[in-house]
Design a protein around this ligand. Sequence first.
Ligand SMILES: [Zn+2]
Length: 466
Amino acid sequence: MNQPRAVAVYARISSDPTGQALGVARQLEDCQKLAADRGWTVAEEYVDNDVSAYSGKARPAYLRMLRDIRSGIRDAVIVYNLDRLTRRPMELEEFAAECEAAGVRQVATVTADVDLGNDDGLFMARVFAAFAAKESGRKSARLRRKARQNAEAGKPGGGPNRPFGYEADKITVNPVEAELIRQMVRRVLAGETTRSLAACMDAEGIATVGTGEWRSSTIRQILLSPRIAGLRAHRGEIVGPAVWEPIITMEQRQQLLNVFAAKKASGRRAPRSYLLTGMLRCGKCGSRLYSAARQNERRYVCLSGPDHRGCGGITVTAPPVEEWITAAVLYRLDTPQMSDTLSGRQATDARHTELLAQLRRDQVKMDELARMWAEGEISRPEWKAAREPLENRVKTVERQLSQITGTTALEGIVGHGMELRDRWANMNLERQAAIVSAVLDHATINPATIKGGKFDPNRIEPVWNL
Ligand SMILES: [Zn+2]
């Protein structure tokens, strides 16, 4: 056998809470030494980071190595140990098959050699793989038991991030963050929203423990976590007192739970209270506008802050915009273009039906051909020849179908603008909004140019659906 001249070296760091596994540097060093001892030339090192082969997570470097083996640019593989390479017997079979197909016979490990080119080698590799899979299963059961024991002893869990309010050991209280938590608790109990708290944290430049920005959900998560009351939870269940100091009292925790439970009960999706909710955009930043009342004035506004991330630069009084858009919608319903559009849509509908029927006919023919070939009535070349034009037509029809958009709820309202105008005031808001959104895609509200608060319809830039 020739000396391999383009060897792949594979190393993997597995997550390893015990710290006993070999570091990746050591794995690579041992593999390089083995290559040097044998006079093999290493072409590339493939390294996957902190993933267990058993967990089934993607291993990008491993996949890249397989691809290189498949394309014929690697002629041997060195790994520290077979359990670095695969942990499921199925994966080993795939790996062996790729190697065989590419003519790669030599797979060396620092601990034992495997020659996939002969049955003994493959057998040994299979035994290793089966053994590793079993070990791995045992290991995860062991880790689960250990995690449970840890939790019951009140010790911190193994997540990557420290919790807000505690140092990296997850036990020592961080006095500055603890004070912030206590402030937030007082403010929530006094009726302040988590959204406003998130905005304050952002404004004061306080960092989250991860990389993210402050959101209402971040605040809620911190305040509702049993941890800050000195409790240890495991898999969503409180298992007992924790070894760390509490930041808030048990009474405060109970009050918080009550406040959030009450909010949840009252926060069910409210019925629509503004006609144009979801249909207006900010002329400065393009964000959607939200309804917001100030004293007795209904308004649509661009909201900045953690949950919306708009520019905050546009505000418009709701009633004149709603009146203007309604009038425009009802007017459009009676225009000749509108009835053209509707008949256009009906024609489109007819075309849609026709294309669907064509597609079904072709699919039936293709099934029939397949049956004839399976039963030996036609040869494979005959089957292929008959199938090709059908396949092409199916592709074309499918493309045409995807370009046709179906009709909307326009029938019954087109040409009835006058009538609808008379009934408008008596319709409920949901029905009104349905009619508006059938005609209007969205409207952009531009900044005011006229001073003095008088409404300027030129600020509205509608984009019509039709
Ligand atoms: Zn904006």
